[in-house]
Ligand binder design. Structure first.
Ligand code: URA
Length: 440
């Protein structure tokens, strides 16, 4: 088999055989296929696409390219959740202990963030003492004993994706549906998930800007799940404004704790209940999503989810007092309010711009080597549809260095669009895609 022939075949729009896809993934991971040939194939895939079978083959080959997490020592159906990413998305911080409190084990591997704010493990690391690296046997033991663990992805999980993602990043081939779908699903499969709930975001703060694009990506991922024998459901959710009010690592942990306490922003709470409801259905713990939502609401109200969060934090070496005394989380030295200069209603929040502000303040990283400041970020005071009067606070910036402050101030003020008429109400959940909705 020759890599040249595989590239040509795909360039001409033909279907690749399973053996050809395996040959490519194995050879590229082992360093036997050079970057220039892999890049040429990625570009051919970008233009010609992959069908469902090819995408599933690529996913399984990638999932098998390194370590696989063995969760067989944990009784019950292990359901994972993945978000395609957005601004202020702290869902996992709430969802993991909440679902565990319902008796469904959560063994979650999460990434560090590149971009606006940190990823889930960066957020958790803002809790004093919290360890995100556990030996595989300790990870499994904690899930057995506590019901939940959230850790950083291990070094050799899906090495094919690490190499391919880095190559896609520099060859303008990131935004290809089959390549994104296989990248995401390979990591979920290697992490041991038996069932997967996908939160696919659509909007100005998401990878997929429109609901239609998000549905296409969701269908591709659900189809892979079906081919790979993993029950998979995708929920299409709105990212035309940040989720909740807080954007920034410790600020988001604080908001997650409020939500676990039964308070918190209504959009974050609703999203966690819906995603959690689907997780409970896939795990076989409830008959439908409505029953799942009901069960989880009760756990939030009775403080059971917050108890589980405390237990998880303690088990991973963190200070469990943060659950009751959030001021123990890192706080920035300075705050500045950004105020409205006219009256109106919030008709738009340019979400990606809010993310860029977080980055300017130091909450995110541009390269893998950058360090993040856990204490900085933004707290919004107004969301879509809110009435605003001149002088009302739109957002508070939390910062430690004034270096990028004026740029941040300008960007955040410009992120809000105010209109004189009341804007229409935006839906948080645009739809659900399961195995019955996919087209091959
Ligand atoms: N996230 C991933 O994990 N992979 C992609 O290709 C895009 C987003």
């Amino acid at each position: 088999m020759r890599m040249y022939d595989i590239i040509l075949k795909k360039r001409q729009g033909f279907e690749l055989a399973t053996e050809e896809i395996n040959f490519f993934v194995r050879g590229y991971t082992a360093g036997e296929i050079p970057d220039y040939q892999a890049a040429a194939l990625l570009m051919a895939i970008f233009f010609q696409g992959l069908n469902t079978r090819e995408t599933a083959d690529l996913t399984l080959a990638m999932a098998g390219s390194g370590d696989r997490v063995d969760l067989s020592g944990i009784p019950g159906c292990k359901v994972d959740k993945h978000s395609t990413g957005g601004v202020g998305d702290k869902t996992t911080l709430v969802l993991a202990p909440l679902v565990a409190a319902a008796g469904v084990p959560v063994a979650k591997m999460s990434g560090r963030g590149l971009g606006h704010t940190g990823g889930t493990v960066d957020k958790l690391e803002s809790i004093p003492g919290f360890k995100v690296t556990l030996a595989p046997e300790d990870f499994v033991r904690q899930v057995r004993e506590v019901g939940v663990a959230v850790v950083a992805q291990t070094g050799n999980l899906v090495p094919a994706d690490k190499k391919l993602y880095a190559l896609r990043d520099v060859t303008a081939t990131v935004d290809s549906i089959p390549l994104i779908a296989s990248s995401v699903m390979s990591k979920k499969i290697a992490a041991g998930a038996e069932a997967i709930v996908l939160d696919v975001k659509a909007g100005s703060g998401a990878f997929m800007r429109t609901v239609e694009e998000a549905c296409t990506l969701a269908r591709a991922m659900v189809a892979i799940g079906r081919q790979a024998g993993r029950k998979t459901v995708a929920v299409i959710t709105d990212m035309d404004q940040p989720l909740g009010f807080a954007v920034g690592n410790a600020l988001e942990v604080r908001e997650a704790i409020e939500t676990l306490s039964g308070r918190g922003p209504s959009d974050l709470k609703e999203l966690c209940l819906v995603l959690g409801g689907h997780m409970l259905v896939l795990a076989g713990a409830v008959k439908d999503v409505a029953e799942g939502v009901d069960r989880l609401s009760g756990l939030l109200e009775r403080g059971r989810a917050l108890d589980k969060f405390r237990e998880m934090v303690k088990a991973q070496g963190g200070d469990p007092r943060v659950a009751d005394e959030p001021h123990l989380l890192p706080e920035a030295s300075y705050r500045e309010q950004v105020k409205a200069e006219t009256d109106g209603y919030v008709a738009g929040i340019h979400t990606e711009r809010v993310g860029r502000v977080a980055m300017l303040l130091g909450a995110g990283r541009k390269t893998k080597e950058d360090t993040i400041d856990p204490s900085v970020g933004i707290v919004l005071h107004k969301k879509l549809g809110d009435r605003v009067r001149t002088g009302d606070v739109l957002a508070t910036l939390h910062f430690n260095s004034a270096e990028n402050l004026s740029a941040a101030r300008q960007l955040i003020a410009g992120a809000f669009t105010l209109t004189s008429s009341v804007p229409g109400v935006k839906k948080l959940v645009h739809g659900v895609i399961d195995e019955n909705d996919i087209m091959d």
